[in-house]
Design a protein around this ligand. Structure first.
Ligand SMILES: Nc1nc2c(ncn2[C@@H]2O[C@H](COP(=O)(O)OP(=O)(O)O)[C@@H](O)[C@H]2O)c(=O)[nH]1
Ligand SMILES: [Mg+2]
Length: 313
């Protein structure tokens, strides 16, 4: 804890691992850290696999470090459920910045994340915040509920689109669109980039979003670095405005607390019933059609009310 606050990278790495693996004591560490957090701004970078998120994150990180920021990067790894490890490709591509002072990079597995991926990412971001990283970039694939939750927890969200994805813009409409602060048309060196940008513009116009005072769509080439500069400016600008959005901050705090309570109750319910023969007999009743799932659930719920299994440990 003290090492993390003193910005010792090894202490931070240890803390992050402990938090990620829910090693006993992690919660006490987070509680102690919390008063030292709140300075960092979290930038979510989301989009389809292969869209260039890692390449772009790499570029953004380099530019932000040049401007004197300390940058933490959390790469949410879309690997298969079997490997569950870090994406070597991501690591390699980030190599140029990963050894730079003032940069801390951590890959997180999407599967088997204890305590939920979103909370895990949030906790790791918080540890980075306490360690003095003033910007935390979270790269995540824009599919799946977990990933959407993660970007919702970010202060600023950049949605990466690419040309040649068929109905690339179409895919955006599923949930991600409402949370985008800026759109990046990466691989702008490719044919069709203009069209994608125009499609996004049209979509924004339709949605009634007022974009008169700010650019929303940024073409980039993450290989050459073209366009990354104006994007960086825009992200920093949005990040600076977060202070003026207290309702967004309290809404997120509310969501986090509720989620933690929900999770813990669910965990206790499962733990409480796991070995209880009454669960087995209820299941048996449902299978044999002596009972039904609704009545079985009602009966078990009644049990919790009386026995205080939910509120006790
Ligand atoms: N032509 C072109 N290729 C890019 C660009 N950005 C990334 N790529 C390539 O796209 C592939 C996927 O990039 P990556 O950063 O791993 O995408 P991610 O899966 O979204 O993280 C790699 O081969 C990159 O070299 C770009 O702006 N233009
Ligand atoms: Mg990637």
């Amino acid at each position: 804890m003290r090492g993390t606050l003193a910005r010792e990278p090894r202490a931070l790495a240890r803390l992050v691992s402990g938090v990620e693996n829910r090693t006993p004591g992690w919660e006490d560490a987070m509680k102690a850290l919390y008063p030292h957090t709140g300075k960092a701004r979290i930038l979510g970078i989301t989009g389809p696999p292969g869209g260039g998120k890692s390449s772009l994150t790499n570029r953004l990180t380099a530019g932000l470090v040049d401007r004197g920021h300390r940058v933490g990067v959390i790469a949410i790894d879309p690997s298969s459920p079997f490997s569950g490890g870090a994406l070597l490709g991501d690591r390699l591509r980030m190599r140029d910045v990963s050894t730079a002072p003032g940069v801390f990079i951590r890959s997180m597995a999407t599967r088997g994340s204890l305590g939920g991926l979103c909370q895990g990412a949030r906790d790791v971001a918080r540890a980075l915040d306490a360690a003095g990283y003033d910007l935390v970039l979270i790269e995540t694939v824009g599919v799946g509920q977990d990933e959407v939750e993660i970007v919702k927890a970010a202060d600023v969200v950049a949605v990466v689109c690419v040309p040649g994805q068929g109905d690339g813009v179409q895919a955006l409409k599923a949930g991600i669109m409402e949370i985008a602060d800026v759109y990046v048309v990466n691989k702008a060196d490719r044919d069709g980039a203009d069209q994608v940008a125009a499609d996004i513009g049209a979509m924004l116009a339709l949605s009634g979003e007022d974009t008169t005072d700010r650019e929303m769509v940024f073409p980039t080439n993450s290989l050459s670095g073209e366009g990354v500069e104006p994007l960086t400016e825009a992200l920093l600008d949005r990040a600076a405005r977060v202070e003026h959005a207290p309702e967004r901050v309290s809404e997120r705090a509310r969501e986090e607390v509720l989620l933690l309570v929900e999770r813990e109750i669910a965990r206790r319910v499962r733990a409480g019933l796991a070995e209880d023969p009454r669960l087995e007999s209820a299941v048996e009743g449902v299978v044999t059609r002596r009972s039904d799932p609704y009545s079985a659930a009602e009966a078990l719920l009644g049990l919790f009310g009386r026995m205080e299994v939910v509120t006790g440990e």
